[in-house]
Write a protein that binds this ligand. Structure first.
Ligand code: AVJ
Length: 316
């Protein structure tokens, strides 16, 4: 098993950066926590559980598009030397591409490296002819590809509409970096489309309350990173649909007046006060095409489901 060697000082640095980033968000007038902190090991499992919920249409819709149009997608993408999976998670989506994109190498990148290595371990034995590598990276800051990955035939895979977490300007920056890193390859991306409120509400506030648990768990994740004393039972999951910004917004609402402390700092929350934890932007075909074009992509091919809920796009 190859595990990338991370110099210890880099880890320390990252943790300090996270402390700063988290503190800044918690102390802001409208408190906020970056959605990347949703994905600690438990959070990653809870997200996988979300993808199995009947209300959460994106995962299954994307999967059906990929399987229905696999030969067209394979034709559009062409030769794949290296498949680079951004936000690989349990690696199941990438695995479903192996049989028709036939990559020689697979690079799985995720914020949660621990979860990733477990997932890759299983894949390696199933696909011994594909060489596999895992990288724990916060590519929301900057996407850096190691020199060891050939600069030819790189196909980035960014499924699940994870791009939706970013503000337009951030999405623009990331897509531009992907275009630069892709060289003669391209990007296969999944994008969630704008749709009726009731469908969105159900998907982000499911009956079993799995999404509520996923959202609340961010507080435990933060506790373990900065040593804060958030009590998850003092908050509730809240979902808003912001029409002017075309996005679903996730919040945690304080159920009572409370105080949270960590290493010499503290923050009071009044009953009803919100912590913003996630944006999930919904696109139109036009808005995503514009974004890809502005990032330097010259051509796009688009596949959708019959309800126009979701789009899979190959851009190069
Ligand atoms: C992984 C960012 C695509 O926005 O739908 C699911 C995360 N949050 N339910 C999404 C999420 C709440 C998901 N993304």
């Amino acid at each position: 098993m190859q595990k990338p060697v991370v110099p210890e000082n880099k880890l320390v640095l990252e943790q300090q950066n996270f402390l700063h980033e988290i503190e800044k968000g918690l102390l802001a007038e409208s408190a906020t926590i970056s959605p990347k902190f949703l994905y600690d090991p438990l959070g990653s499992h809870l997200f996988t559980a979300i993808t199995l919920l009947p209300e959460y249409y994106p995962t299954v819709t994307e999967k059906n598009i990929l399987s229905q149009y696999k030969s067209e997608i394979a034709d559009a993408v062409g030769h794949v030397e290296t498949l680079i999976d951004l936000g690989a998670g349990n690696c199941q989506k990438a695995e479903s591409l192996f049989d028709f994109l036939k990559p020689s190498n697979y690079v799985a990148i995720d914020f949660s490296e621990e979860y990733l290595e477990d997932s890759l371990e299983n894949l390696r034995s199933k696909y011994p002819h594909i060489s596999m590598q895992s990288i724990g990276m916060d590519f929301s800051q900057k996407l850096i590809m190691p020199d060891t990955i050939r600069n030819h035939g790189r196909v980035f895979f960014y499924p699940g509409s994870s791009i939706g977490n970013f503000l337009t300007s951030e999405a623009q920056t990331l897509l531009t970096q992907i275009k630069e890193q892709a060289g003669d390859g391209g990007l296969l991306i999944g994008v969630d489309l704008m749709k009726d409120d009731d469908v969105l509400k159900a998907a982000y506030d499911d009956g079993l309350k799995v999404t509520a648990a996923f959202n609340l768990n961010i507080l435990r994740s933060i506790n373990s990173i900065i040593g804060s004393d958030f009590n998850v039972s003092q908050f509730r999951h809240k979902v808003t649909i912001n029409h002017s910004q075309n996005r679903v917004e996730l919040y945690l609402e304080a159920l009572e007046d409370l105080s949270v402390s960590w290493s010499g700092n503290h923050r009071f929350f009044k009953k009803g006060e919100l912590i913003h934890t996630e944006n999930s932007h919904k696109y139109t075909i036009n808005s995503i095409q514009q974004l890809l074009e502005d990032a330097g992509f010259q051509s796009t091919k688009i596949w959708k489901d019959s309800k126009d809920y979701f789009a899979v796009i190959y851009a190069n």
